[in-house]
Design a protein around this ligand. Structure first.
Ligand code: ATP
Ligand SMILES: Cc1cn([C@H]2C[C@H](O)[C@@H](COP(=O)(O)O)O2)c(=O)[nH]c1=O
Length: 228
């Protein structure tokens, strides 16, 4: 892959598409094959960023407006990158991250109505040169993903219950986000791979493994190099 050391894989898509489910499955499969895997997520992943996660997902930051929220996402990302992701990659680990910069491009950029230059500037500062090696974009109709998120939370169809600040938003925004992720994939086909999120978890997992595994170094060779 592109850097000497670990491999950085991110997972993107709308609400309830199965990112966490698939990251867990992939981590198990890769660990069985001898890879040193770390799972993390955004917003969050470091103590500082997890505190910001609560502020963002509870809706406490919403009154500050979209620029304020976008800056908070970027601040959380910067801490996560420098405190957790970069050190893990430097140690040669495979880092599987639930959401990263593409979520900001889509949620804050496409549906947050913010100037693309502003979003790009925040991204540059937050990632500080650390781009994903590979991004899996899970795709399914927005209604079906939200239905999964509601079922996960035990909420009847049509009610909003314990959904977070973003999950509660209008369906039209969720549809635009799906298109936003697909546009990112079309613009960056080397990095981004769109996976149909609708089949059963095992079938989706097989597809994800078939995309990610060939992009990883052979763990036996790595062990040999480290031990020589
Ligand atoms: N392929 C699948 N088929 C049916 N149900 C699934 C599938 N994958 C995941 N689920 C279920 O859908 C719900 C949402 O899955 P999961 O939490 O993995 O999604 P997510 O993308 O991480 O969601 P969010 O972004 O909203 O946190 C869970 O209840 C999970 O068990
Ligand atoms: C990283 C990131 C996330 N978001 C939004 C997207 C989701 O609605 C939530 C995270 O919830 P999840 O259950 O952990 O997926 O936050 C965002 O708007 N911008 C971002 O950069």
């Amino acid at each position: 892959m592109t850097r000497d050391g670990g491999v950085f894989v991110t997972f993107e898509g709308g609400e309830g598409v199965g990112k966490s489910t698939q990251i867990r499955r992939l981590a198990e499969a890769l660990t069985r094959r001898g890879h040193d895997v770390m799972i993390t997520r955004e917003p969050g992943g470091s103590p500082g960023a997890e505190a910001v996660r609560h502020v963002l997902l509870s809706g406490a930051a919403q009154a500050g407006g979209p620029r304020f929220e976008a800056i908070l996402f970027a601040a959380a990302r910067s801490d996560h990158v420098e405190e957790v992701i970069r050190p893990a990659l430097d140690a040669g680990r495979v880092v599987l991250c639930d959401r990263f910069m593409d979520s900001s491009r889509v949620y804050q950029g496409v549906t947050g109505d913010l100037d693309p230059d502003f979003i790009a500037a925040l991204e540059r500062v937050a990632i500080n040169g650390l781009r994903p090696d590979c991004t899996i974009i899970f795709d399914m109709p927005a209604e079906e993903g939200l239905e999964r998120a509601r079922a996960r939370a035990g909420i009847p169809a049509g009610a909003s219950g314990e959904l977070d600040r973003f999950e509660r938003e209008d369906i039209e925004l969720h549809r635009k986000r799906r298109d936003g992720f697909l546009d990112i994939a079309a613009a960056d086909p080397e990095r981004c791979h769109v996976v149909d999120a609708r089949p059963a978890p095992a079938a989706v997992a097989a597809m994800v493994l078939s995309i990610v595994e060939p992009r990883l170094p052979d763990p036996a060779l790595k062990a040999g190099r480290g031990g020589a």
